[in-house]
Write a protein that binds this ligand. Structure first.
Ligand code: ZN
Ligand code: FE
Ligand code: FE
Ligand code: ZN
Length: 272
């Protein structure tokens, strides 16, 4: 059991072709863990065939149906409906359509694609990353991340320092990358997530690094803890470590979402 008050809003489904466990299975696990709310955020569909790791446009009804099934089967658990949206320039007309398709609770803004045409977290591009200067890759990523925040389409942003996934980090103080993103969060009033998936990757660290969390806290930026589960076994994983970090840094509150409205609530209380 987790301390009471946790939510997990970054959860995938088999519709993205690289996750297992349907919403009913995640919901059953959420109740076992004592989560207060569960939220689905599968990889957003594109209007055309785009890549092999996201929901297809024609599977959207199946997504809504699967989330609805979980709500019917577990009425005691509030279940939120969201998407993990890839920030890509020039897709606004499609997002407009997508927005109108369901009563969304939240949209997460994510950057996986670099403007240079590759994916910073995809093992498929590891050799390309290995041959690159990490400071160039990071600069490109963080510029896109700032644009993602400032686009105004999203309720919070995912895994801030994702380009550290495989362990590639630029030399020196990383504040030069973090600060513009945090300023964008301040300017737009957006929240960011502590994503525990980093603990399960080569970098073996929460996304984002402690220094980012400290700067964001000082700037008054709201935060929430998510697992990025692609399997019910990953739900709530690493939450003790994430909660401890937030407490140490000084956070006393987190946020929830309902119908795109953000609600501030106290951090989970009690022993982990
Ligand atoms: Zn995924
Ligand atoms: Fe992601
Ligand atoms: Fe994800
Ligand atoms: Zn993600």
């Amino acid at each position: 059991m987790l301390p009471s008050g946790h939510t997990d809003y970054h959860v995938h489904t088999p519709l993205c072709h690289h996750a297992k466990g349907w919403p009913v299975e995640f919901a059953a696990r959420a109740l076992e863990l004592g989560l207060s709310e569960l939220g689905f955020a599968d990889h957003n569909p594109m209007p055309e065939r785009f890549d092999d790791w996201r929901m297809l446009r024609e599977d959207l009804p199946a997504y809504f149906e699967a989330v609805e099934q979980a709500r019917i089967q577990f009425p005691q658990l509030p279940i939120r409906l969201g998407l993990e949206m890839d920030y890509l320039v020039g897709r606004e007309a499609w997002w407009e359509q997508l927005q109108a398709m369901a009563p969304w609770d939240f949209w997460i803004g994510s950057v996986h694609y670099l403007p240079e045409g590759w994916e910073v977290d995809n093992p498929k591009y590891l050799s390309r990353y290995r041959k690159s200067d990490p400071s160039v890759v990071w600069a490109s990523y963080w510029r896109a991340y700032e644009d993602c925040i400032r686009s105004g389409w999203f309720d919070f942003v995912a895994h801030p320092d994702l380009p550290k996934k495989f362990g590639f980090r630029p030399e020196g103080d990383l504040r030069r990358f973090y600060e513009p993103a945090i300023q964008a969060l301040v300017d737009t009033g957006l929240a960011y997530e502590i994503n525990t998936a980093g603990l399960r990757k080569e970098c073996c660290e929460l996304y984002p690094a402690r220094q980012f969390v400290e700067l964001a806290y000082e700037a008054g930026v709201p935060v929430l803890i998510n697992s990025d589960a692609h399997d019910p076994a990953e739900l709530g994983a690493g939450f003790a470590e994430a909660l401890q970090l937030l407490r140490e840094v000084g956070y006393t509150q987190t946020v929830r979402f309902e119908g795109k409205r953000r609600i501030a609530v106290p951090l989970p209380v009690g022993a982990q």
